[in-house]
Design a protein around this ligand. Sequence first.
Ligand code: KG4
Ligand code: ZN
Length: 342
Amino acid sequence: MLVLGIESSCDETAAALVEDGRVVLSNVVASQIKTHKSFGGVVPELASREHLRNIGYVVWKAFDDAGKTHRDIDGIAVTQGPGLIGSLLVGVSFAKALAYSVKKPLVPVNHIEGHIFSAFIENPGIEYPFLALVVSGGHTSLIYSREQGQYQSVARARDDAAGEALDKLAKYLGLGYPGGPIIDKLSKEGDPRTFSFSIPKISDGSLDFSFSGFKTAALRHIQQTGIKPRRSGGKVSRVILNLVASYQQAIINTLISQTRKAVSRLHPRSILLVGGVACNSQLRLIFKEVFEKSDTAIRVYYPSPVLTTDNAAMIAAAGASRLHPSSSLDLELNAFADLRLC
Ligand code: KG4
Ligand code: ZN
Protein backbone atom coordinates (compact mmCIF):
# COMPACT_ATOMS: atom_id res chain seq x y z
CA MET A 1 0.00 0.00 0.00
CA LEU A 2 1.46 3.35 -1.08
CA VAL A 3 0.46 6.39 1.00
CA LEU A 4 1.15 10.09 0.53
CA GLY A 5 1.62 11.77 3.92
CA ILE A 6 1.14 15.51 4.44
CA GLU A 7 2.21 17.36 7.61
CA SER A 8 1.84 21.09 8.38
CA SER A 9 1.01 21.30 12.10
CA CYS A 10 3.73 23.74 13.12
CA ASP A 11 6.64 25.21 11.18
CA GLU A 12 7.62 22.46 8.74
CA THR A 13 5.77 21.84 5.48
CA ALA A 14 6.30 18.16 4.76
CA ALA A 15 5.22 15.46 2.32
CA ALA A 16 6.37 11.85 1.97
CA LEU A 17 5.57 8.68 0.05
CA VAL A 18 5.70 5.54 2.17
CA GLU A 19 5.13 1.94 1.06
CA ASP A 20 3.40 -0.45 3.47
CA GLY A 21 3.94 1.88 6.41
CA ARG A 22 7.68 1.41 6.53
CA VAL A 23 9.53 1.83 3.23
CA VAL A 24 10.18 5.56 2.83
CA LEU A 25 10.37 6.35 -0.90
CA SER A 26 10.62 10.10 -0.36
CA ASN A 27 10.59 12.44 2.62
CA VAL A 28 10.54 16.16 1.85
CA VAL A 29 10.63 18.78 4.62
CA ALA A 30 10.60 22.54 3.99
CA SER A 31 11.77 24.12 7.22
CA GLN A 32 10.71 27.65 8.20
CA ILE A 33 13.57 28.22 10.63
CA LYS A 34 14.85 31.23 8.66
CA THR A 35 11.43 32.91 8.81
CA HIS A 36 10.99 32.56 12.57
CA LYS A 37 14.61 32.81 13.71
CA SER A 38 14.66 36.56 14.33
CA PHE A 39 11.52 36.25 16.51
CA GLY A 40 13.04 33.45 18.63
CA GLY A 41 9.91 31.31 18.16
CA VAL A 42 7.19 30.37 15.67
CA VAL A 43 4.91 33.24 14.58
CA PRO A 44 1.61 31.49 13.70
CA GLU A 45 0.46 33.92 10.99
CA LEU A 46 3.82 33.76 9.20
CA ALA A 47 3.83 29.96 9.52
CA SER A 48 0.45 29.65 7.73
CA ARG A 49 1.62 31.89 4.89
CA GLU A 50 4.83 29.88 4.45
CA HIS A 51 2.86 26.63 4.36
CA LEU A 52 0.63 28.08 1.65
CA ARG A 53 3.67 29.12 -0.36
CA ASN A 54 5.45 25.77 0.00
CA ILE A 55 2.88 23.01 0.05
CA GLY A 56 2.34 22.62 -3.71
CA TYR A 57 6.06 22.31 -4.40
CA VAL A 58 6.73 20.03 -1.40
CA VAL A 59 4.02 17.54 -2.46
CA TRP A 60 5.18 17.66 -6.10
CA LYS A 61 8.77 16.99 -4.97
CA ALA A 62 7.69 14.05 -2.81
CA PHE A 63 6.17 12.40 -5.91
CA ASP A 64 9.17 13.35 -8.06
CA ASP A 65 11.79 12.05 -5.58
CA ALA A 66 9.92 8.75 -5.33
CA GLY A 67 9.46 8.47 -9.11
CA LYS A 68 5.69 8.06 -8.65
CA THR A 69 2.54 9.87 -9.75
CA HIS A 70 -0.84 10.32 -8.07
CA ARG A 71 -2.10 7.26 -9.97
CA ASP A 72 0.30 5.06 -7.96
CA ILE A 73 -0.98 5.96 -4.48
CA ASP A 74 -3.66 4.10 -2.55
CA GLY A 75 -4.54 7.07 -0.38
CA ILE A 76 -3.51 10.21 1.44
CA ALA A 77 -2.86 10.73 5.18
CA VAL A 78 -2.88 14.23 6.63
CA THR A 79 -2.19 15.68 10.08
CA GLN A 80 -5.51 16.81 11.55
CA GLY A 81 -4.15 18.14 14.90
CA PRO A 82 -2.95 19.06 17.44
CA GLY A 83 -1.04 22.13 16.26
CA LEU A 84 -1.43 25.70 15.03
CA ILE A 85 -4.89 25.94 13.48
CA GLY A 86 -3.88 28.14 10.53
CA SER A 87 -0.99 25.81 9.69
CA LEU A 88 -3.09 22.65 10.05
CA LEU A 89 -5.80 24.07 7.78
CA VAL A 90 -3.33 24.51 4.92
CA GLY A 91 -2.39 20.81 5.00
CA VAL A 92 -5.95 19.57 5.54
CA SER A 93 -7.44 21.77 2.78
CA PHE A 94 -4.69 20.80 0.33
CA ALA A 95 -5.11 17.09 1.14
CA LYS A 96 -8.90 17.25 0.72
CA ALA A 97 -8.64 19.03 -2.63
CA LEU A 98 -6.00 16.58 -3.87
CA ALA A 99 -7.93 13.51 -2.66
CA TYR A 100 -11.09 14.81 -4.37
CA SER A 101 -9.38 15.55 -7.65
CA VAL A 102 -7.42 12.26 -7.89
CA LYS A 103 -10.31 10.21 -6.36
CA LYS A 104 -8.33 8.62 -3.54
CA PRO A 105 -9.31 8.03 0.10
CA LEU A 106 -8.08 10.44 2.77
CA VAL A 107 -7.32 9.50 6.37
CA PRO A 108 -6.82 12.03 9.20
CA VAL A 109 -3.88 11.41 11.54
CA ASN A 110 -3.19 12.71 15.04
CA HIS A 111 0.28 14.31 15.07
CA ILE A 112 1.18 12.51 18.32
CA GLU A 113 0.25 9.15 16.82
CA GLY A 114 2.46 10.13 13.88
CA HIS A 115 5.42 10.61 16.23
CA ILE A 116 4.70 7.19 17.78
CA PHE A 117 4.66 5.56 14.33
CA SER A 118 8.00 7.19 13.49
CA ALA A 119 9.62 4.51 15.67
CA PHE A 120 7.91 1.67 13.74
CA ILE A 121 9.24 2.75 10.32
CA GLU A 122 12.74 1.45 11.05
CA ASN A 123 11.68 -1.11 13.67
CA PRO A 124 8.53 -2.89 12.49
CA GLY A 125 9.03 -5.63 15.10
CA ILE A 126 8.49 -3.42 18.18
CA GLU A 127 6.74 -5.52 20.79
CA TYR A 128 3.57 -4.53 22.62
CA PRO A 129 2.79 -3.33 25.19
CA PHE A 130 4.90 -0.23 24.73
CA LEU A 131 5.38 2.99 26.61
CA ALA A 132 6.05 6.02 24.39
CA LEU A 133 7.71 9.18 25.67
CA VAL A 134 6.62 11.83 23.17
CA VAL A 135 8.87 14.79 23.80
CA SER A 136 8.86 17.77 21.45
CA GLY A 137 8.45 21.53 21.22
CA GLY A 138 4.73 21.31 21.86
CA HIS A 139 4.29 18.06 23.82
CA THR A 140 5.68 16.00 26.65
CA SER A 141 3.57 12.91 27.25
CA LEU A 142 3.86 9.32 28.30
CA ILE A 143 1.47 7.09 26.37
CA TYR A 144 0.91 3.39 26.97
CA SER A 145 -0.34 1.02 24.27
CA ARG A 146 -1.36 -2.62 24.64
CA GLU A 147 -2.20 -3.10 20.97
CA GLN A 148 -2.11 -1.20 17.71
CA GLY A 149 -4.38 1.83 17.65
CA GLN A 150 -5.19 1.77 21.40
CA TYR A 151 -3.65 4.45 23.56
CA GLN A 152 -3.79 5.31 27.24
CA SER A 153 -2.51 8.61 28.58
CA VAL A 154 -0.08 8.08 31.47
CA ALA A 155 1.39 11.58 31.94
CA ARG A 156 1.44 14.96 30.25
CA ALA A 157 3.08 18.36 30.68
CA ARG A 158 1.35 20.60 33.20
CA ASP A 159 3.07 23.71 31.81
CA ASP A 160 5.89 24.11 29.25
CA ALA A 161 6.84 21.17 27.01
CA ALA A 162 10.47 20.00 27.33
CA GLY A 163 11.47 21.41 23.91
CA GLU A 164 9.75 24.69 24.71
CA ALA A 165 11.75 24.94 27.97
CA LEU A 166 15.01 24.42 26.02
CA ASP A 167 13.99 26.89 23.29
CA LYS A 168 13.00 29.59 25.82
CA LEU A 169 16.27 29.48 27.79
CA ALA A 170 18.32 29.53 24.57
CA LYS A 171 16.35 32.56 23.39
CA TYR A 172 16.90 34.37 26.70
CA LEU A 173 20.64 33.68 26.58
CA GLY A 174 20.93 34.81 22.95
CA LEU A 175 22.06 31.36 21.81
CA GLY A 176 19.81 31.03 18.74
CA TYR A 177 16.73 29.20 17.51
CA PRO A 178 15.61 26.46 17.83
CA GLY A 179 17.33 26.12 21.20
CA GLY A 180 17.14 22.33 21.65
CA PRO A 181 19.89 21.29 19.20
CA ILE A 182 22.06 24.29 20.24
CA ILE A 183 21.83 23.40 23.93
CA ASP A 184 22.52 19.75 23.05
CA LYS A 185 25.78 20.79 21.36
CA LEU A 186 26.87 23.38 23.95
CA SER A 187 26.12 21.04 26.87
CA LYS A 188 28.96 18.77 25.72
CA GLU A 189 31.38 21.57 26.68
CA GLY A 190 29.73 22.46 30.00
CA ASP A 191 29.69 20.84 33.44
CA PRO A 192 26.16 19.62 34.28
CA ARG A 193 26.97 19.51 38.01
CA THR A 194 27.54 23.25 38.34
CA PHE A 195 23.98 24.29 39.04
CA SER A 196 21.48 22.08 40.78
CA PHE A 197 17.80 22.39 39.86
CA SER A 198 15.34 20.83 42.26
CA ILE A 199 12.97 18.43 40.52
CA PRO A 200 9.33 19.45 41.18
CA LYS A 201 7.10 16.96 43.00
CA ILE A 202 3.47 16.73 41.97
CA SER A 203 1.60 15.81 45.12
CA ASP A 204 -1.46 14.07 43.61
CA GLY A 205 0.58 10.99 42.67
CA SER A 206 0.32 11.60 38.92
CA LEU A 207 3.37 11.19 36.69
CA ASP A 208 2.80 14.56 34.96
CA PHE A 209 5.75 16.72 33.96
CA SER A 210 6.50 20.29 34.95
CA PHE A 211 9.39 22.23 33.42
CA SER A 212 8.52 25.88 33.95
CA GLY A 213 10.12 25.87 37.44
CA PHE A 214 13.52 25.12 35.85
CA LYS A 215 13.10 28.10 33.56
CA THR A 216 12.20 30.40 36.49
CA ALA A 217 15.15 29.09 38.55
CA ALA A 218 17.54 29.60 35.62
CA LEU A 219 16.28 33.14 34.97
CA ARG A 220 16.56 34.03 38.67
CA HIS A 221 20.13 32.67 38.73
CA ILE A 222 20.99 34.67 35.58
CA GLN A 223 19.64 37.88 37.13
CA GLN A 224 21.18 37.34 40.59
CA THR A 225 24.64 36.50 39.28
CA GLY A 226 24.59 39.03 36.44
CA ILE A 227 25.15 36.53 33.62
CA LYS A 228 25.06 38.46 30.35
CA PRO A 229 23.34 36.93 27.30
CA ARG A 230 25.71 36.12 24.47
CA ARG A 231 26.28 39.03 22.09
CA SER A 232 25.23 38.31 18.50
CA GLY A 233 27.89 36.06 16.95
CA GLY A 234 30.05 36.25 20.11
CA LYS A 235 31.68 33.45 22.09
CA VAL A 236 29.59 31.51 24.60
CA SER A 237 30.97 32.09 28.12
CA ARG A 238 31.92 29.24 30.46
CA VAL A 239 29.15 30.17 32.94
CA ILE A 240 26.56 29.87 30.16
CA LEU A 241 28.00 26.52 29.03
CA ASN A 242 27.75 25.23 32.60
CA LEU A 243 24.25 26.63 33.09
CA VAL A 244 22.80 25.11 29.90
CA ALA A 245 24.48 21.75 30.62
CA SER A 246 22.92 21.72 34.12
CA TYR A 247 19.53 22.81 32.74
CA GLN A 248 19.53 20.10 30.05
CA GLN A 249 20.53 17.55 32.69
CA ALA A 250 17.62 18.61 34.95
CA ILE A 251 15.16 18.15 32.07
CA ILE A 252 16.65 14.73 31.20
CA ASN A 253 16.55 13.66 34.87
CA THR A 254 12.84 14.54 35.04
CA LEU A 255 12.07 12.61 31.83
CA ILE A 256 13.99 9.58 33.12
CA SER A 257 12.47 9.69 36.59
CA GLN A 258 8.82 9.86 35.38
CA THR A 259 9.43 7.21 32.71
CA ARG A 260 11.03 4.95 35.31
CA LYS A 261 7.96 5.25 37.57
CA ALA A 262 5.66 4.51 34.60
CA VAL A 263 7.75 1.45 33.69
CA SER A 264 7.49 0.02 37.19
CA ARG A 265 3.70 0.56 37.20
CA LEU A 266 2.98 -0.76 33.70
CA HIS A 267 5.79 -3.20 32.81
CA PRO A 268 6.01 -2.47 29.06
CA ARG A 269 8.16 -4.62 26.75
CA SER A 270 9.31 -1.65 24.71
CA ILE A 271 10.02 2.02 25.30
CA LEU A 272 9.69 4.46 22.40
CA LEU A 273 11.54 7.77 22.59
CA VAL A 274 10.01 10.04 19.93
CA GLY A 275 9.45 13.73 19.02
CA GLY A 276 12.05 16.44 18.28
CA VAL A 277 13.70 16.42 21.73
CA ALA A 278 14.33 12.68 21.27
CA CYS A 279 17.15 13.80 18.93
CA ASN A 280 19.05 14.88 22.04
CA SER A 281 22.28 12.91 22.14
CA GLN A 282 22.53 12.75 25.93
CA LEU A 283 18.89 11.73 26.35
CA ARG A 284 19.28 8.88 23.82
CA LEU A 285 22.41 7.64 25.55
CA ILE A 286 20.98 7.73 29.07
CA PHE A 287 17.66 6.14 28.04
CA LYS A 288 19.42 3.08 26.60
CA GLU A 289 21.69 2.86 29.63
CA VAL A 290 18.98 3.22 32.26
CA PHE A 291 16.25 1.08 30.74
CA GLU A 292 17.98 -1.59 28.64
CA LYS A 293 20.83 -2.32 31.03
CA SER A 294 18.75 -2.41 34.20
CA ASP A 295 16.02 -4.61 32.67
CA THR A 296 17.14 -6.86 29.86
CA ALA A 297 13.51 -7.67 28.98
CA ILE A 298 12.94 -4.06 27.85
CA ARG A 299 14.07 -2.62 24.52
CA VAL A 300 14.42 1.09 23.84
CA TYR A 301 13.69 2.44 20.32
CA TYR A 302 14.23 5.86 18.84
CA PRO A 303 14.01 6.84 15.17
CA SER A 304 16.78 8.36 13.04
CA PRO A 305 16.91 12.16 13.53
CA VAL A 306 15.21 12.85 10.17
CA LEU A 307 12.18 10.83 11.33
CA THR A 308 12.30 12.22 14.89
CA THR A 309 11.60 15.90 14.17
CA ASP A 310 8.38 16.79 12.35
CA ASN A 311 8.06 14.97 9.02
CA ALA A 312 5.35 13.44 6.82
CA ALA A 313 6.75 9.90 6.60
CA MET A 314 5.50 9.29 10.15
CA ILE A 315 2.06 10.63 9.14
CA ALA A 316 1.94 8.31 6.12
CA ALA A 317 3.02 5.36 8.32
CA ALA A 318 0.29 6.07 10.89
CA GLY A 319 -2.28 6.63 8.13
CA ALA A 320 -1.41 3.33 6.44
CA SER A 321 -2.48 1.43 9.55
CA ARG A 322 -6.05 2.77 9.15
CA LEU A 323 -6.44 3.39 5.44
CA HIS A 324 -8.91 1.28 3.49
CA PRO A 325 -8.66 1.74 -0.26
CA SER A 326 -12.44 1.39 -0.49
CA SER A 327 -13.25 4.13 2.06
CA SER A 328 -15.02 7.20 0.73
CA LEU A 329 -13.67 10.73 0.94
CA ASP A 330 -15.02 12.75 3.87
CA LEU A 331 -15.20 16.34 2.69
CA GLU A 332 -16.41 17.43 6.13
CA LEU A 333 -12.96 16.57 7.53
CA ASN A 334 -11.63 19.47 9.60
CA ALA A 335 -8.50 20.43 11.55
CA PHE A 336 -8.46 20.76 15.36
CA ALA A 337 -5.79 22.71 17.25
CA ASP A 338 -6.25 20.69 20.45
CA LEU A 339 -7.07 17.24 19.03
CA ARG A 340 -6.48 14.56 21.66
CA LEU A 341 -5.09 11.08 21.08
CA CYS A 342 -6.42 9.64 24.34
O1 KG4 B 1 8.83 17.23 16.97
P1 KG4 B 1 9.28 18.61 16.64
O2 KG4 B 1 10.04 18.81 15.35
O3 KG4 B 1 8.07 19.62 16.61
C1 KG4 B 1 7.01 19.56 17.51
O4 KG4 B 1 6.10 18.71 17.33
O5 KG4 B 1 7.06 20.38 18.47
O6 KG4 B 1 10.16 19.13 17.88
C2 KG4 B 1 10.79 20.38 17.88
C3 KG4 B 1 11.51 20.53 19.21
C4 KG4 B 1 12.10 21.94 19.42
O7 KG4 B 1 11.74 22.39 20.71
C5 KG4 B 1 13.60 21.68 19.32
O8 KG4 B 1 14.35 22.60 20.10
C6 KG4 B 1 13.71 20.28 19.85
O9 KG4 B 1 12.60 19.61 19.29
N1 KG4 B 1 14.96 19.59 19.44
C7 KG4 B 1 15.90 19.19 20.32
C8 KG4 B 1 16.97 18.64 19.55
N2 KG4 B 1 16.60 18.71 18.23
C9 KG4 B 1 15.37 19.29 18.20
N3 KG4 B 1 15.95 19.27 21.66
C10 KG4 B 1 17.06 18.78 22.27
N4 KG4 B 1 18.12 18.25 21.61
C11 KG4 B 1 18.11 18.16 20.26
N5 KG4 B 1 19.16 17.62 19.63
ZN1 ZN C 1 5.95 17.11 16.36
